[in-house]
Design a protein around this ligand. Structure first.
Ligand code: ADP
Ligand code: MG
Length: 633
C-alpha cells in the first residue's frame, strides 16, 4: 500500500501543534473524549432529521481501555464513524474540522444552530494524541455501511488508510503510548487512577457515560478461620463521569446538601459554604454559574499561594481551572464554576479569543455577588456578621484599591463597630440615627474597642450624644479617607481639630495664643518630636492627647511602620492640652518659676499622649524615673 503524504504545510503544522499549542500533555484525553461525544451527538442529530436513522441513546457510551501489556490506550465510541473520505478530509488535513462542517450542514435542516452543542470546531484536537503516542491507529465503521477502515500514522510521516474488520458502528482510537523513561514498562496514562482523575477533571460533564473496567477488591469469607481478613479482586465496569453538572439543574432539583457536598468535593473544604449562589442567565451572553462563599478564611488566603478565580467550562468541558478575570479582586474569596456555550475559544481551548465575553460575564457575576451579600446583610444579619468577620477586610481593601474606583459599589457592604449600638453597624444605619444638628460621621481608630472607647478625644463628642464608629483594622483609616463622605455627610476622625463647635474652637485658639511663650518653650524642650503644642477644644476631663496635622494620620504612621517599608512615613504630631486640668496650672507655674521642672512635665505629658495614642514610649525606664521623680517632689 502506498503511503500518502501530508502536505508540506501540514507536516510543519503538525509539528508545531504537537509541541507548542498545548501547555499540557494530559489534555489529549479530553480531546479524544470530546470527539467521541461529538460523534455520538451527530448520530442523534441525524436521527432527528432523518427517519431512516434510528439510535438507541441508552446504548451510546465511550469506553476507555488501557492495556499495559501492549502499552496501548484505546478510546472507543459507538458514534457516527467515518468513511474513507471523512478519514482523508478530517484526519488527513490538519485544521479541517468535520464537526464545524457538520454544524454548517445542519443549518439546512429545521434544527436551530444554537441548539447544536457540538464541541469540535478547530480540527486540531485529534492530533494532540501524538503528544503522548508513538503511533495512532483509528479503526472506524461509518453508520449505514458494511465496510470498516483503518487509519494509521506515526505523526509527522504521513498516514495510511486500509480496509479492515470491525463488527460494530463507531470508532476506536488506539494509541501506542510513548514511555516517559526507557526502563518504564508502560506509560503513566495507563494507570486506572490517572485515567479516572483526568476524566473527572476535564470531562466529568460529557453527556454520555465514559466507562472503564476497573480492578477492585472486596472482602470474602475467611474459610481458614484465622483472623486475617481476606479479599478477592474483581473487575467492575465503572462509569467515570457524573454526566449532568449540578449547575445545569434547576435550583428546585438540587438540595442544600447536594450543593454543599459538591462544594466540599470540588474545592477541598471540610466545611459547608456560608452562601451558595446559583445563576442561570440568558442575554447577550448566556451562562450558568455556581458560586460559593466559604464559611472561613482559607488558611493560605493571605499568602501568594492563594489564587483567585473561577473554573471555566465551555459546554461542560473544562477550559480553565482558575480564570481570574471572572472575579474582581474584592470578591476574590468567591469560589465556583462558570459554564457558557457562547465563548469563542482559542485553538488550544485553554484560553479565550475574546476578552469581551469574559468581561460581560464577570461584570454580571460581580453584580450578582453584591446583590446576594446585600440581601444577606438585610435579612440575616448574624450570618452576614460572620461573613464579614472573615472577608470584611477584603471588602475594605477593595474600597481603598485603585484610588477608590470601587468605593461606591462596596461602601454599603461595610460594617463598623458603633459606640452607641455596641455592635457592628452600616454607614446608612449610622446616618439614619444622626442628630438633627450633627454635621459629621465621627470615627476613632485604635487597637481595641475598649482602648478607643477610653480615648480622651472621644469625650466631647460623646457629651453631645453623638455616635462614634470605632475602627480597629489597620486599613480602616485609609477606608475613611478614601470614602471621605457618604450621602453628603463628611467622615471625621475624632482627632480632627474641627470636630467640635465653632465657639469652642475659637476659645481654644484664643487660649493657645495667650500661652504662646509656654508652647514655644515646650516645642523646643521636646526637640522636634512635635510640630505644635496647643490647647485642645476636645478634651473634657483628660489632661492630654496626641493628634496630627497634614496628610498622614497617626494610624497611617503605625500601618506603614508595620509594613516595614523603607519609606519613613511619619505623622506630624500635635500635642493637645486641656486648659481646665490641674496639671496645666502646675505646668504654667513651673514654667514661670522652675524651667527645669517645666521641661520634665512637658516630657511626661508627651509620653502620656503617646501611650494613649497607642504608641510605645521610646525609653520606658527613663519615663518611669521621670514620673517618680516628679511625684516625689
Ligand atoms: P475538531 O474536533 O475540532 O473538529 P479534531 O482534530 O478533534 O477537530 O477532529 C477532526 C475531525 O475528525 C472531527 O471534526 C471529526 O469530523 C473527525 N473525528 C475525530 N474523531 C472522531 C470520532 N471518534 N468519530 C467520528 N469522527 C471523528
Ligand atoms: Mg475535537
Amino acid at each position: 500500500m502506498a503511503k500518502k503524504q501530508f502536505k508540506a504545510e501540514s507536516k510543519r503544522l503538525l509539528d508545531l501543534m504537537i509541541h507548542s499549542i498545548y501547555t499540557n500533555q494530559e489534555i489529549f484525553l479530553r480531546e479524544l473524549i470530546s470527539n467521541a461525544s461529538d460523534a455520538m451527538d451527530k448520530l442523534c442529530y441525524l436521527s432527528l432529521t432523518n427517519d431512516k436513522v434510528s439510535v438507541n441513546r441508552e446504548e451510546l457510551a465511550i469506553r476507555i481501555i488501557p492495556n499495559k501489556e501492549n502499552n496501548t490506550l484505546t478510546v472507543s465510541d459507538n458514534g457516527i464513524g467515518m468513511d474513507q473520505k471523512a478519514l482523508e478530509d478530517n484526519l488527513g488535513v490538519i485544521a479541517r474540522s468535520g464537526s464545524l462542517q457538520f454544524k454548517n450542514d445542519m443549518s439546512e435542516t429545521e434544527i436551530k444552530p444554537e441548539d447544536i452543542d457540538i464541541i469540535g470546531q478547530f480540527g486540531v484536537g485529534f492530533y494532540s494524541a501524538f503528544m503522548v503516542s508513538e503511533s495512532v491507529a483509528v479503526i472506524t465503521k461509518p453508520y449505514g455501511s458494511d465496510i470498516a477502515y483503518k487509519w494509521e500514522s506515526t505523526g509527522a510521516d504521513g498516514y495510511t488508510i486500509t480496509e479492515c474488520e470491525k463488527d460494530t458502528v463507531g470508532t476506536d482510537i488506539i494509541m501506542t503510548l510513548k514511555k516517559d523513561t526507557e526502563d518504564e514498562n508502560y506509560s503513566r496514562f495507563l494507570n486506572d487512577y490517572t485515567l479516572r482523575n483526568l476524566v473527572k477533571k476535564y470531562s466529568d460533564y460529557i453527556r454520555y457515560p465514559i466507562k472503564m473496567d476497573v480492578e477492585k477488591s472486596r472482602p470474602v469469607e475467611n474459610k481458614d478461620k484465622d483472623d486475617e481478613p481476606k479479599y478477592e479482586t474483581y473487575i467492575e465496569n465503572e462509569t467515570l463521569n457524573d454526566m449532568v453538572p449540578i449547575w445545569h439543574k434547576q435550583k428546585s432539583e438540587v438540595t442544600d446538601e447536594q450543593y454543599n457536598q459538591f462544594y466540599k468535593d470540588k474545592f477541598f473544604d471540610y466545611e459547608d459554604p456560608i452562601k451558595t449562589i446559583h445563576i442561570s442567565t440568558e442575554g447577550v451572553i448566556s451562562y450558568e454559574a455556581l458560586l460559593f462563599i466559604p464559611s472561613k478564611t482559607p488558611y493560605n488566603y493571605f499568602t501568594k499561594e492563594y489564587e483567585k478565580g473561577l473554573q471555566l467550562y465551555s459546554s461542560g468541558v473544562l477550559i480553565m481551572d482558575k480564570c481570574s478575570d471572572l472575579i474582581p479582586e474584592h470578591f476574590r474569596f468567591v469560589r465556583g464554576v462558570v459554564d457558557s456555550q457562547d465563548l469563542s475559544l482559542n485553538i488550544s481551548r485553554e484560553m479565550l479569543q475574546q476578552n469581551r465575553q469574559l468581561q460581560v460575564i464577570a461584570s454580571s457575576i460581580e453584580k450578582k455577588i453584591k446583590r446576594e451579600l446585600s440581601k444577606m446583610l438585610e435579612n440575616d444579619r448574624e450570618k452576614y456578621q460572620e461573613f464579614f468577620k472573615h472577608f470584611g477586610i477584603q471588602l475594605k481593601y477593595g474600597v481603598v484599591s485603585e484610588y477608590g474606583a470601587h468605593k461606591d459599589n462596596l461602601k454599603d457592604l461595610l460594617l463598623f463597630y458603633s459606640s452607641t449600638e455596641q455592635k457592628p453597624v452600616t454607614l446608612a444605619e449610622y446616618i439614619s440615627r444622626m442628630k438633627e444638628e450633627q454635621k459629621y460621621i465621627y470615627y476613632a481608630c485604635g487597637e481595641t474597642i475598649t482602648k478607643i472607647d477610653h480615648l480622651p478625644q472621644t469625650e466631647a463628642i460623646k457629651d453631645k450624644d453623638y455616635e462614634i464608629l470605632y475602627l480597629t483594622d489597620e486599613v480602616d483609616d485609609f477606608v475613611m479617607n478614601i470614602l471621605h463622605e457618604v450621602e453628603g455627610k463628611e467622615l471625621k476622625s475624632v482627632n480632627s481639630d474641627d470636630v467640635v463647635d465653632k465657639e469652642d474652637r475659637e476659645a481654644a485658639q484664643e487660649q493657645t495664643k495667650e500661652n504662646k511663650d509656654l508652647f514655644d518653650f515646650m516645642k523646643e524642650s521636646l526637640a522636634g518630636k512635635v510640630k505644635e503644642v496647643r490647647i485642645s477644644e476636645k478634651l473634657k476631663s483628660h489632661p492630654v492627647c496626641l493628634s496630627s496635622e497634614g496628610n498622614i494620620s497617626l494610624e497611617m504612621e503605625k500601618y506603614f511602620a508595620q509594613m516595614q517599608s523603607d519609606q519613613h512615613m511619619k505623622a506630624e504630631r500635635v500635642l493637645e492640652l486641656n486648659a481646665q486640668h490641674p496639671i496645666f496650672n502646675m505646668l504654667k507655674d513651673a514654667y514661670e518659676n522652675d524651667k527645669e521642672r517645666a521641661n520634665k512635665i512637658s516630657e511626661m505629658l508627651y509620653n502620656q499622649a503617646m501611650l494613649i495614642a497607642g504608641f510605645s514610649v521610646e525609653d520606658p525606664t527613663a519615663y518611669t524615673d521621670l514620673l517618680c521623680e516628679l511625684l516625689s517632689k
